[in-house]
Design a protein around this ligand. Structure first.
Ligand code: FES
Length: 170
């Protein structure tokens, strides 16, 4: 083995030191704006929140009725009020059901009893999609999955709706 010592020259020392300090300063300058840019994305969204839809539970019948309410939507750093819609009714077990009116084919809005030839069904006019009253997609029509179901709760006799979830395959 050689006994030669590896000496760091003054030039190398200055290079190492300046590179280290420069890198540290550059990282400090980049982290702050980067954090500001992505911070809203890291915040939890309000999607899981329940909203009072202005409907008394006593007014819910077995007939699907449309309800609308507004929620504040946070999209990265942009906040906006968004209108949500649902069809609300009581099923045969006297349970409250809230269905999203968004067709699971390509997203048009369905209406209740919108088709003269198929009363007592949800009807999508875009491609003649149909759903039975409980939201199940009718076989042979374009939608391949049931209407999504809103989570709901009742407080002080009023209906609160949260987020709509897929119900799974029919
Ligand atoms: S979007 Fe509803 S059937 Fe196509």
């Amino acid at each position: 083995m050689s006994d030669k010592k590896k000496q760091v020259t003054r030039r190398q020392f200055l290079n190492y030191t300046l590179t280290g300090v420069g890198g540290f300063m550059a990282a400090g300058m980049l982290i702050s704006p980067l954090r500001m840019a992505i911070d809203p994305v890291l915040q939890p969204s309000g999607d899981g929140d329940f909203a009072n839809v202005g409907l008394s539970v006593d007014d819910i019948t077995t007939e699907p009725q449309p309800v609308e309410w507004e929620v504040e939507q946070v999209d990265a750093w942009y906040k906006s009020d968004v209108t949500r819609k649902a069809f609300v009714f009581k099923n045969d077990q006297d349970e409250i059901v809230a269905l999203s009116p968004k067709c699971t084919h390509l997203g048009c809005m369905v209406s209740w009893e919108g088709s003269e030839s198929h009363p007592d069904q949800f009807y999508c006019p875009c491609h003649d999609g149909r759903f039975t009253k409980d939201g199940t997609n009718v076989e042979g029509t374009p939608p391949l999955e049931p209407l999504h179901v809103y989570e709901h709760k009742v407080e002080n006799g009023m209906l609160f709706l949260g987020k709509a979830y897929p119900r799974g395959e029919a």
